[in-house]
Design a protein around this ligand. Structure first.
Ligand code: FMN
Length: 220
């Protein structure tokens, strides 16, 4: 007996099939776009602005920042007066503060090395940040940030790092959970300025990697 001819799809089935196919194509296109984005993040790591809250020639904290793919600036190149409201009223934002604000604005991520003075951040770091927050809008809002610290002491400047993290959070940064504190930092670097200890190297790399990953995820 001849096979009974299959009836063609009803109008409703036809529209459902077409809708499913369209959804599958859309999903495939989305996946392609996502993987392209991922690849572009990997090949173009987000730009990181790195600075230490020390102007010292042999700053251990600046050494801790060297080596990564970052825009490393030296706060010696951006000297600022101690913040004073009357000075601001008379002269506005100093030119160096404006330059720093521009740098912060054009980088999505910040890596801050925070030395410890009497359990707190240094006056240099606080003063620099204070001046920058006088710009409109606040350049720290929405940045992804990480904090590291180095000290010749046994705690590696951890108290300063905590304060710096709090300050950056308060200013609207997304501060990554990873942090690296380097105790006995005066003995930690070789003559080429590299960390001697593999564990310390890994800890610093973990912070940088988390900063890059989080920035890539949060970027629009
Ligand atoms: C005024 C002053 C206070 C300090 N207080 C601390 C402290 O509380 N904890 C600590 O670990 N180191 C303290 N130190 C030592 C600094 O960690 C050390 O000088 C360090 O090298 C500073 O960072 P830098 O090398 O990046 O300049 C202090 C240093 C100074 C000058």
């Amino acid at each position: 007996m001849a096979a009974k001819p299959r009836p063609g799809p009803t109008q409703r089935e036809f529209s459902r099939d077409t809708a499913n196919r369209a959804a599958r194509v859309a999903e495939w296109q989305l996946r392609r776009r996502r993987s392209w984005l991922l690849e572009s993040f990997v090949s173009t790591p987000p730009r990181i602005l790195a600075f230490a809250g020390s102007a010292r020639k042999d700053s251990l904290n600046r050494k801790l920042l060297a080596g990564g793919e970052v825009t490393l600036i030296d706060l010696n190149d951006y000297p600022l007066p101690l913040y004073h409201g009357d000075l601001e009223d008379a002269q506005g934002l100093p030119a160096n503060a404006a330059k720093l604000v521009a740098l912060i604005t054009e980088h999505p991520a910040l890596l801050v090395a925070s030395p410890e003075y009497n359990s707190l951040i240094t006056p240099l770091l606080k003063n620099t940040i204070d001046w920058c927050t006088r710009a409109e809008p606040n350049p720290f809002e929405g940045k992804v940030a990480a904090v590291v610290s180095a000290s010749p002491g046994q705690f590696g400047g951890v108290r300063s790092a905590q304060v710096a993290r709090q300050l950056l959070l308060h200013l609207g940064c997304h501060v990554v959970p990873a942090q690296c504190t380097l105790p006995r930092a005066d003995e930690a670097f070789d003559d080429a300025g590299r960390l001697k200890d593999a564990r310390a190297q890994k800890a610093a790399q973990r912070v940088a990697a988390e900063l890059v990953r989080t920035t890539a995820r949060l970027l629009p």
